[in-house]
Design a protein around this ligand. Structure first.
Ligand SMILES: *Cc1c(COP(=O)(O)O)cnc(C)c1O
Length: 377
């Protein structure tokens, strides 16, 4: 059986280093907001090329607290609109609603699955204050165009980089395009902790300071509270795990890209639509893997998805669907259930994610390609 994602094997690669880091934290006697967090924040900011990284409890909080900080700074108020892709993982949208802001769903480009810049610009109203592009599946959204739109309309940009650690376009990494960016270090993400964790990256000193307070009851200074904050801290033990794993991230990403290139070259079944790779400076070939994509997942499309998934399972290949139900059809957003987002609906009906990750072997990949190519409708 080829598993979709083998977390035990992924973390097992670094077992000795992780154990050594655990021991270091246990023996330090300091478990929250200490050196491990400060070190990881410095290393991650440097990795992204940003001035600041602020560790928080998870990826959702990274987004929620950033929007909250902007509210505290008077940059927007309840009822203001934030543009977000209609096909994202629901967390991006929850972060907007949680702040009393209005999520405005905008369709993706069906080739890249990322927010369509033209539709984004068309959705801007007098109430729009921010754009929340998601680097879905690990590929950077079209940030040059989105940044340009934001600038012309005076909007803030909050990147959702939860799936795109290390993705880079024109020499600029995910997390360093927007006014701020939210990252998740959920165990299954490209940079995963051994539990929950997240971070915000930004070049804005004042935002960084507000976030450091908001994650800690609204307090910078013991027993003085500037804001009605929350408890959303990144534990020392998880920061220590992340420092170990950050060192190996680029090697893992290179392996993911190698797998992706093999899938792109090898899958030739006409029933399958391969993902389009957005061109960066180094490539204009949509089938050539480049640095803008870190392949958190490798997503293909097939009109007979259920049959394909069954066929692959019969061949010992485990696949997943990211995601089966679009946000506007979720019970949680009943008010959108009658609306139609045709691109998002096609995506959710047809996508299938193939085995991908640092411990998937090229031998596994060959088997997956062979099984897909013999699939008959
Ligand atoms: C995982 C994810 C999140 C939320 O991260 P958590 O750490 O699970 O809270 C947000 N947005 C996207 C696109 C994600 O994939």
């Amino acid at each position: 059986m080829i598993p979709f994602l083998d977390l035990k094997a992924i973390n097992g690669q670094y077992r000795d280093e992780l154990i050594a880091a655990c021991i270091r934290v246990i023996d330090s006697g300091w478990y929250i907001a200490g050196n491990e967090l400060a070190q990881f924040e410095r290393a991650f900011a440097s990795y992204c090329g940003t001035k600041h990284a602020i560790g928080v409890a998870n990826g959702l909080d990274a987004l929620v607290l950033t929007l909250r900080a902007w509210k505290e700074q008077g940059k927007f108020k309840e009822g203001d609109e934030v543009i977000v892709p209609s096909n994202t993982y629901i967390a991006s949208i929850l972060a907007i609603s949680a702040n009393g802001l209005v999520p405005v769903l905008v369709e993706a480009d069906l080739a890249t699955y990322n927010l369509c810049p033209a539709k984004t610009e068309a959705a801007i109203t007098a109430k729009t204050r921010a754009i929340l592009p998601v680097h879905l599946y690990g590929q950077l959204a079209d940030m040059p165009r989105i940044s340009d739109i934001a600038q012309r309309h005076n909007l803030l940009v909050l990147e959702d980089s939860a799936q795109a650690h290390g993705a880079e376009l024109n020499g600029r990494k995910a997390g360093n395009w927007g006014d701020a960016s939210g990252f998740s270090f959920y165990p299954g993400k490209n940079l995963g902790a051994l539990g929950d964790a997240g971070a915000v990256t930004t070049n804005d000193d004042q935002l960084a300071e507000t976030l450091r307070a908001l994650r800690n009851y609204g307090s910078h200074e013991k027993y003085r509270n500037l804001f009605q904050g929350s408890n959303s801290r990144l534990d020392e033990i998880q920061a220590a795990m992340l420092s170990v794993k950050l060192k190996h991230l680029d090697t893992e990403t290179a392996h993911r890209r190698k797998i992706a290139q093999a899938y792109l070259n090898g899958i030739s079944n006409p029933a399958i639509t391969l993902p389009a790779i957005q061109s960066g400076l180094n490539s204009s070939n949509s089938k050539l893997v480049n640095e803008a994509h870190v392949f958190h997942v490798f997503v293909i499309r097939c009109e007979q998805r259920e049959a394909l998934q069954k066929h692959l399972l019969k061949h010992g290949i485990h696949t997943l669907i990211h995601y089966p139900i679009p946000p506007h059809q979720q019970q949680a957003y009943k008010e959108w259930n009658m609306q139609s987002y045709p691109v998002s609906e096609i995506i959710h009906q047809q996508v299938l994610s193939l085995p991908m990750g640092p411990t998937v072997t090229m031998e596994d990949v060959k088997k997956v390609i062979a099984a897909i190519n013999i699939f008959k409708i």
